[in-house]
Design a protein around this ligand. Structure first.
Ligand code: FES
Length: 124
């Protein structure tokens, strides 16, 4: 990590109420970067900010697989692995890839400042 980024990262870790930046990139390449409260999920933040490409039909219960995202390769190892329920639900997404995740299961932490996900061409 670049020194400046490391410093910003460390400062963010220490600030209560910090708002990590999360970037969503659509299948067409459109980017949205938003500030997200720690503890919110990547899915809820997208819905609350009208980010296109995430349907979340079940509202975050890990029961619909319509909140599918591709985690940027640089971040794959830095998020908690999918639990068995999420791993099972990922069988239902279109075009599953090794970096596929359900965004309702990705909780935002201060360490995720700069996190990037790509949304698929379709959730259905
Ligand atoms: S919102 Fe339904 S599985 Fe994530």
């Amino acid at each position: 990590m670049h020194l400046t980024n490391q410093l910003q990262h460390n400062q963010l870790q220490q600030v209560p109420g910090a708002m990590p930046k999360i970037t969503y990139i659509s299948n067409a390449g459109e980017e949205h970067t938003i500030d997200v409260s720690v503890g919110m999920t990547v899915m809820r933040a997208a819905i609350a900010n009208n980010i296109p490409g995430i349907d979340a039909d079940c509202g975050g219960s890990c029961a619909c697989a319509t909140c599918h995202v591709y985690v940027d390769p640089a971040w794959v190892e830095r998020v908690k692995p999918a639990d068995p329920t999420e791993a099972d639900m990922l069988d239902f997404v279109l075009d599953r890839q090794p970096n596929s995740r359900l965004s309702c299961q990705l909780e935002v932490t201060a360490a995720l400042d700069g996190f990037v996900v790509r949304t698929p061409a379709s959730q259905h």
